[in-house]
Design a protein around this ligand. Sequence first.
Ligand code: CS2
Length: 494
Amino acid sequence: MKNTVILNQKNLNQLADRIPVPTFDRSSHKVGIVHIGVGGFHRTHQAFYTHQLQEKFKAPEWGICGVGLRKGDQKIYEVLKKQDHLYTVLVKHPDGKIEPRIIGSIIDFELGVDNPVPVIERLADPSTKIVSLTITEGGYNFNPSTGEFDFENPDIQHDLKHSDSPKTIYGFLTGALKKRREMALPGFTVMSCDNIQHNGDVARNMLLSFAQRQDAALAHWIEREVCFPNSMVDRITPVTTQADIDYLEKTYGIKDEWPVTCEPFIQWVVEDKFSNGRPEFEKVGVQFVPDVKPYEKMKLRLLNAGHSVLGILGAIHGHQTINACMEDETFVIYLRAFMDKEATPALDEVEGIDLEEYKDSLIERFANPNIKDSVSRICSESSAKVPKFLLPTIQENVTRGGSIKYATLVIAAWCYYSDKGINKNQQPLEIIDALSGELHQAAKRTETDSLAFIKQETLFGNLTKNERFTELYADMIQKIYDDADIKKYIQDIL
Ligand code: CS2
């Protein structure tokens, strides 16, 4: 048994013979990227790529400063500060192998919750060239059915009135960009890394809507000076468990309070549109393309939607993880049928990608038995995910007269899930959703109005106007409410 060593910069030398540690001189690195929303995904993806670039090719001007804008970011802020912003990534292979590595690309962290000034200064600093975002699908503050910026949000109203003490991402970005304009500095690139189709365009439209209300001249300057590349990001990153923390300590004698785990697969496709320079990420496998849209659509409609199909149906059946769903043949066949018969017909050609192979690879990735990605993570924030991952496929198939039954069952199951909060064995489900109250209220009305759940227009738009969809949905609702044995209906549909 190795002696236990606390993870921090001073102890790295002692750890170097146990696992790969950063060999570059972190103290000489400058912040070039400010990243807002340091969750597990950022740490296994962009920070991982940046680390590899710094390790293999040096890139001292592209250190990352993490930023948290929500109260919930306090914990990651404290853990990373204590560990000199070092953390471990555990890459979990399907054959059981686990590859650990300490990541050194994050070099600083600011929390903007009670004290926004240091964050604004950091964003406005001449060394900051890119501001990247993983603020979640629900974090962009737009109405999912109209796509319009939501000015009703009280935090947005606060930011419009108090530009020097912002709470939202838009208040922070405009505050910093205003300073840059005053100092005659160039803008920075705003690089969205969230699972939203046209994520860069969405970030741009939302920021400009906000800025126009606040200061029209600034909005014009942003239009000219700030690029918003679209990007497709991909790496399955489950929630870290206590078992992961214990594994690292028992096996390697490393005390890391918040390691992060992921699958071996990693992909990042980005539009090469940067306002103020960028790291040479292509050296570590990032694809720069003129138009990322076909890639993002493919990923959202197959991978993310596939996750929601398994997660929501799996939760009701009583499966705990995505790989448990994939051990259940009925679920695998259903997933493939959804992908082949509903998602694929609504996709465009993706240059250089064979969609059959892509789907095969998703089936393999989801089945990785070592990943244990919880269905509760997948179902969390479904109100932000389903309208982006699944509903566009239903809408397009409604228009073109294609199959909709596979996806519709998922919507009916989501209603039952939101209403009852239990699986078919009467066990409680962990529901994490910013709109859980609203979803529950709407779903509860199903007893008297079978379409109540899908009448939530901000989520479902005008889908209730389509009879083929509503009839199918109402029929499925009736069956699930009569008997929640979801696998029976999955089999019926197949
Ligand atoms: C998942 C994603 O949030 C979800 O429901 O589908 O987090 C997914 O694991 C990642 O996008 C993979 O790149």
